[in-house]
Design a protein around this ligand. Structure first.
Ligand SMILES: [Zn+2]
Ligand SMILES: [Zn+2]
Length: 642
């Protein structure tokens, strides 16, 4: 943080104008300074690229600090204030700086160096400096404005039909809404420390990023709360929540944990807060890095526009995450809580450089939610989450030509689909399965330590894993992250009695084209012989393999990928006797699920009886709720957490 260094007239030409009035015309692109059209050359955070491909924009200046000082008007649903940006040119002197500013009504600009002019459009604010700004020298510009935000900052007030005692506002930055309430360089390849100062009626609370510096009530009965986020983060993670809230408090080590809820929902708020501390404990141990920020708050929002949003140190959540005691056994906030908190490391501490690499945020949040479920409720719960993701969301999209890292989107929201979330999660699960838990954890820790407080691309993650493991992972990332689709595998088994050999044939039967090639898949064939498992590791990398495995006796069961480590549609047509054996394998929940699914498609008497027994008595609820002939996941459709 820097104090504003006022420009004094003796330093520069007296003709320079320090404070200039706003330009009235909207959609203005012609520079009043030199008469040229700079709309393309200087667009601040507009994604660049030919052929419709999207890339992060160049950074002309390094934005070091953003100080936002605002006063909301709850009755008018407007906001007014001053945002002060501190920035310095990165590699060459800069005469103009363009900021993202969505329909901000700018009334005044002050600068620490002489400003010649500025150009305001509906989407951008271009600052024209009297002389080029030298490389590396900090400049401060204070922009005073008002706004009636249609995005970015939202009100929930009695005028909109909400209970008066629940009145609140919140901000939503992702993907590009932040400039609707403060001017900034709005792209995740830029990070700044931030400050939020907000003045509200004294009965309200104000929550924002980082640590609270002060909370004072003035003579007019207005409260001003001052927050500082002193580790840099992306502009889309800046958040302000203000209004009437009920608060619950907890603590993990010295990290304050709070849960803010609408007063009318406060009665049941504790249900949705109950896992937060244990999730943080688990993540610190699993990730190998302490919670990287000052505190962790969650706030419910009435009619939130998604499930949750992982703003740095202040997650916003849909109010529907609060559930009453009566529904507790069928409803839980656990997954949403775990998803958003995982983002504090993956998304906030390291942030995808552009939306093409979004899976580095969402794949991690999805996978660590499964890891927490496994930690809390056991391995079956984790595998069942992976199963539902695979069967219900990823494998049905096997023919999609879009890879996880994809630049051909029109709107960044198109990236927030099955590729970033469950497929990204599966990529991590396959890495963990192939490297082993310890090496995987070492890779994750290395990735965070090398890239903390900066933006990341997939190559950063790959490099971290390669450095700790010595493995070359180009093929792995090419096929799963930069290539599209998922493998379809046809598996067949035959017992060669005379030779005492099991023959397992594996074919890759998916369509191979420019987007999707043959996959390299290390996995295991498991034979149950005389009640004992015999594991045979294999690597599939050709169109067809014949694996001959010598065994003492004919196996009673053959399993392909018994540890559930491969994202693939597996068609394994095995003898009925084996399917019945598999349906009763107590330590193999995924095997039982698969067997139930196979039997559900048959209509003979024996299958129906066996399935009936399973649906009534299986030890795991996911198997019990498996329905005959169901091909879709039984997972309920819910709004995605962000
Ligand atoms: Zn110009
Ligand atoms: Zn998310």
């Amino acid at each position: 943080m820097l104090q504003l260094r006022r420009w004094t007239i003796g330093w520069f030409l007296a003709a320079c104008v320090l404070v200039v009035p706003a330009l009235a015309e909207e959609h203005e692109h012609i520079c009043r300074y030199c008469g040229q059209d700079h709309s393309l050359m200087f667009a601040a955070a507009t994604e660049s690229g030919d052929m419709g491909l999207k890339y992060a924009p160049d950074r002309v200046v390094d934005v070091k600090h953003i100080k936002i000082d605002v006063v909301p008007d709850f009755a008018k649903r407007t906001v007014a204030g001053t945002t002060t940006l501190t920035f310095a040119p990165i590699s060459k002197p800069v005469e103009q700086v363009t900021l993202d500013a969505e329909s901000l009504d700018v009334s005044n600009i002050e600068s620490s160096v002489p400003l010649a002019d500025y150009v305001l459009t509906d989407h951008k604010l271009t600052l024209l400096f009297a002389t080029p700004l030298p490389v590396g020298e900090d400049v401060e510009v204070a922009i005073t404005y008002s706004a009636e935000p249609k995005q970015g900052l939202y009100f929930r007030t009695p005028e909109l039909g909400y209970p008066e005692e629940d009145t609140h506002l919140w901000t939503q930055g992702q993907t590009h809404e932040a400039p609707h309430w403060f001017p900034c360089f709005d792209y995740p390849n830029e990070r700044s420390t931030t400050e939020v100062i907000c003045t509200v009626p004294k009965e309200m609370v104000v929550v924002s990023n980082g640590k609270m510096l002060s909370d004072e009530v003035n003579e007019q009965g207005l409260k001003t709360v001052h927050w500082l986020q002193d580790k840099p983060h992306a502009s889309y993670l800046v958040c302000l929540v203000a209004g009437k809230f009920h608060v619950l408090e907890d603590k993990h080590r010295d990290v304050s944990l709070r849960f803010f809820a609408q007063p009318t929902l406060a009665e049941h708020a504790a249900n949705s807060f109950q896992d937060t501390r244990t999730i943080m404990e688990f993540y610190e141990a699993e990730i190998g890095m302490p919670f990287p920020w000052d505190k962790y708050d969650q706030a419910t929002i009435r009619d939130f526009n998604s499930g949750g949003m992982e703003n740095t140190t202040i997650t916003t959540l849909t109010h529907t995450t609060i559930f009453s005691d009566e529904t507790e056994n069928i409803y839980s906030s656990r997954n949403l809580d775990a998803h958003e908190m995982a983002h504090q490391w993956f998304g906030d501490y390291v942030t995808c450089e552009d939306w093409a690499h979004l899976w580095l945020n969402e794949g991690f949040a999805t996978y660590y939610t499964h890891l927490y479920a496994g930690h809390k409720l056991g391995r079956d719960e984790m595998n069942y989450g992976l199963w539902r993701d695979a069967k219900g969301r990823v494998l049905p999209q096997a023919e999609d030509s879009k890879p996880i890292v994809f630049r051909g989107y029109d709107n960044p929201w198109e990236q927030f689909d099955y590729r970033a979330y469950p497929k990204g999660s599966w990529v991590l699960h396959m890495l963990r399965s192939q490297l082993g838990k310890d090496l995987y954890r070492a890779g994750i820790k290395h990735y965070l330590e090398e890239n903390g407080q900066s933006s990341v691309v997939t190559a950063d993650l790959q490099a971290a894993f390669e450095e700790v493991s010595g493995r070359e992972l180009d093929r792995f990332f090419d096929q799963w992250v930069f290539g599209a689709g998922t493998p379809k595998l046809k598996v067949r088994y035959k017992w060669l009695a005379k030779e005492r050999l099991a023959l397992v044939t594996v074919e890759q039967t998916h369509k191979v084209d420019d987007n999707t090639g043959l996959f390299e898949i290390p996995t295991t064939l498991r034979f149950v012989v005389d009640g004992k498992p015999v594991d045979h590791p294999v690597t599939i990398n050709k169109e067809k393999h014949d694996f001959y495995v010598p065994l003492d006796e004919q196996p009673t069961l053959v399993r392909f990928d018994p540890e559930f480590t491969v994202l693939a549609e597996v068609d394994f047509d095995k003898p009925d006797a084996m399917v019945y054996t598999q349906l009763e394998a107590e330590d193999d929940m995924i095997g039982r699920l698969m067997a139930a699914r196979v039997l559900g498609k048959k209509d003979n008497h024996k299958s129906v009886e066996a399935l009936k027994e399973t649906l009534n008595n299986d030890g795991y609820y996911g198997v019990r709720i498996e329905r005959p002939s169901r091909s879709k996941s039984s997972a309920p459709t819910k709004r995605l957490p962000r």
